[in-house]
Design a protein around this ligand. Structure first.
Ligand code: PLZ
Length: 424
């Protein structure tokens, strides 16, 4: 087998430079909470392929379901010749997502595509043009979703012009807004929308209930419910982007459940199918069915292999109680992260929910972001065999997204490496 070093050389001559990688090691195999690279080195996985392999890599049920489906048929295109598993995935999503009302779903390939379609549906159903998004938001890399995403580098720089009718308002970010109560932070955002856009022009309000790439920002309690209430009164479609937070990641099936809110539409991807590419928009039947026949679709959306994997992943989440597993991961990790914060003085906040946790790193005694220390800690983790990711508008958030099936021993080992990677 070629070594990582050899593969990296070949890559330089074959793969476009614009596609980056966090580590220079090439994967040979992966399962549970571990990756093994082609050089035989083992990594503890605190990334889960960016919150995708919630059920673990090559989860037994997923492997079995994919194998069986590949043997039956690989692709017919649901828009040409439909099949049961697409319908079954939609039934599952309609039942699992928050909201007791009648729902419909449509399946796509990537998170960005799901977000694009949620905007299409909201605009079509309301006949309104505007979309409200938040500071630090991340919704994807396609043209419309670049416009919805906040951060310039690396996502948007020199890739414009962007789609119009997107309006950005302040997020509730307790560490950086003086702990503004949720209802007040919502009122601040709503006033901007009403004064600068006009509620009657707004098709959708799009928000990650806990922000992902933007820094694992958990809004103050009451923020999401106040926005939900305003959207209802204003006839605005409330879209929750649960692409990173969904499927047991935060200790419940979906992050909206922690605040008891019911979105009109929810966008889903990542954890849905145990690593196979699948995404969805699920929501109120009246909105979803407003679109004319043929108005939604795509060649691969709801591919049968991805659908088989999704059904097996959802079954695994039930069977292993992975929401409970995420809560147990939180209970193990948070005290360790807090101890690191107290020891080093560079952590301004430990935050997140379930197995979606992060530390925000600053210059001691200030709120000045310290992306240099953040990168150094992450590099020290990588050198010691722990796969971690950074995020945040200021590049100063170290985030932890272990597969929910990580063993207690692997989790402990990862935390020991992390502890040793911090200065002091
Ligand atoms: N919405 C909330 O987290 C994807 C992006 C990694 P796709 N996040 C990881 C990168 O640098 O490209 C994401 C998300 C939220 C939408 C998306 C987009 O999902 O499947 O990457 O298109």
């Amino acid at each position: 087998m070629a070594s990582s070093e050899e593969l990296h050389k070949r890559r330089g001559a074959a793969v476009a430079r614009g596609v980056g990688s966090v580590i220079p090691s090439y994967v040979d195999r992966a399962s549970g909470g571990k990756l093994t690279d082609v050089d035989g080195r083992e990594w503890i996985d605190f990334a889960a392929g960016i919150a995708v392999t919630n059920v673990g890599n090559s989860a037994p049920r997923v492997v079995e379901a994919v194998r069986a489906q590949v043997e039956r048929f690989t692709h017919t295109c649901f828009m040409v010749a439909p099949y049961e598993s697409y319908v079954a995935v939609c039934e599952q999503l309609n039942a699992l997502t928050p909201g007791g009302f009648e729902k419909r779903s449509a399946l796509f390939n990537s998170g960005a595509e799901a977000v694009e379609n949620a905007v299409k549906i909201a605009r079509h159903a309301t006949g309104r043009p505007a979309v409200v998004v938040f500071d630090h938001a991340y919704h994807g890399r396609t043209n419309l979703t670049m416009a919805l995403t906040a951060k310039n580098m690396p996502y948007k720089h020199r890739f414009g012009p962007f789609a119009g009718e997107i309006y950005r308002v302040p997020m509730s970010y307790p560490l950086r807004d003086g702990g503004l109560p949720g209802a007040e932070a919502a009122a601040r955002a709503i006033e901007l929308v009403e004064k600068q856009v006009g509620a009657e022009n707004v098709a959708a309000l799009l928000i990650e209930p806990i922000q992902g790439e933007g820094g694992f920002v958990v809004p103050a309690p009451g923020f999401l419910p106040a926005l939900r209430e305003w959207a209802t009164a204003a006839g605005v479609v409330f879209v929750a982007d649960e692409i990173q937070t969904g499927f047991c990641r935060t200790g419940d099936w979906f992050a909206c459940q922690h605040e008891g809110i019911e979105p009109d539409l929810v966008t889903l991807a990542k954890g849905i199918a145990g690593g196979l590419p699948l995404a969805a928009v699920t929501g109120r039947a009246g909105l979803m069915d407003a679109v004319h026949v043929g108005g939604l679709g795509g060649t691969y959306g709801g591919n049968p292999i991805a659908c088989a994997a999704a059904l097996a992943s959802i079954e695994t989440m039930h069977e292993l109680d992975l929401a409970g597993a995420a809560r147990r991961i939180e209970a193990t990790m948070v005290p360790r992260l807090q101890a690191i914060a107290e020891r080093t003085g560079v952590v301004a906040e430990v935050r997140g929910r379930g197995a979606m946790l992060a530390v925000e790193i600053v210059q001691p005694g200030t709120l000045t972001p310290d992306p240099v220390t953040t990168a150094a800690v992450s590099a020290a983790c990588h050198a010691a065999g722990l796969l971690t990711l950074t995020c945040g508008t200021y590049g100063n958030v170290l985030r932890f997204l272990p597969p929910l099936v990580i063993s207690a021993a692997e989790l402990r080992r990862g935390l020991d490496i992390l502890d040793a990677a911090f200065p002091g």
